[in-house]
Design a binder for this molecule. Structure first.
Ligand SMILES: [Zn+2]
Length: 257
């Protein structure tokens, strides 16, 4: 059985055939999924998918790309929404200076509100970070010193130093289909040093389809291919890799029964 910890099932790419996508996921052994909220105006749709499916939970949050659209977001709003029993995490949040769609000051502000909500609710914080290693590390360390919270570095592709800093804060890391890309040596190297009890799997679908589906629309059924790449990276059997990452994910997302 597999746990896809990061899917974007509300994405337009799934508007036509979500029931088929979910049927293929279940047939492929994906028994749990977390569908991620990226904007509060999409949260009702995200929550509705979780409510309609026993094997799907959701998060609540604002992706750093959209921080400017929610410049007045308060932690209390996230905390109130997180009272819903299907919400198992806060985010995705973080910093993205690759695209830079929102001013970095607004991204940081939003990130800190999400951290406050994660600390208060004790739900894991789903962190996106791209070309912002030092600032991400600084904010996580500073906020952690004010009171701990559970960190998930999602789809980790950043540097060794930030990985170390996050590991020192007892963070979990999720790996994606990028592990299966020929050119991703650095990602394999950095994530290969994360302790085995701190790694989980995700597809990040509809993006980042793993080999041999690269370039196509990604879907949770392809988590098997992500798992195969992870098993190869660590010298595990596919079955052991699936079992280990499932146990880790259930420990991290403690609200999921
Ligand atoms: Zn992300």
């Amino acid at each position: 059985m597999y746990f896809d910890t990061h899917v974007n099932l509300h994405a337009e790419q799934f508007a036509q055939d979500l029931p088929d996508v979910l049927a293929r996921a279940r047939a492929a052994g994906v028994s749990r999924m977390v569908t991620i909220c990226d904007r509060l105006d999409r949260y009702p749709a995200v929550k509705a998918i979780a409510e309609a499916n026993d094997d799907i939970n959701c998060t609540v949050g604002v992706h750093p790309h959209y921080a400017k659209d929610y410049w007045s977001l308060q932690a209390e709003t996230l905390v109130a929404e997180a009272a819903h029993p299907k919400v198992c995490g806060i985010g995705e949040t973080g910093l993205d200076q690759h695209y830079g769609y929102s001013d970095i000051v607004l991204q940081e502000r939003s990130f800190v509100e999400h951290i406050t909500a994660a600390r208060e609710t004790r739900l894991p914080l789903v962190v996106h970070t791209r070309e912002a290693d030092d600032l991400t590390g600084d904010i996580l360390e500073r906020e952690y010193a004010r009171g701990p919270f559970q960190i998930l570095m999602h789809c980790y592709t950043s540097g060794e130093r930030l990985a170390r800093r996050a590991m020192d804060l007892d963070a979990y890391f999720s790996v994606s289909g990028i592990l299966s890309f020929k050119t991703a040596n650095e990602v394999r190297e950095v994530t290969g040093r994360v302790p085995l009890d701190r790694v989980i799997l995700e597809t990040d679908c509809p993006y980042l389809a793993p080999m041999p589906h690269r370039g196509r629309r990604n879907e949770p059924a392809y988590l098997r291919d992500v798992c195969r790449a992870f098993a190869a990276q660590r010298g595990l059997s596919q079955e052991d890799a699936a079992q280990l990452t499932m146990a880790n994910a259930l420990r991290l997302f403690g609200r999921i029964q």
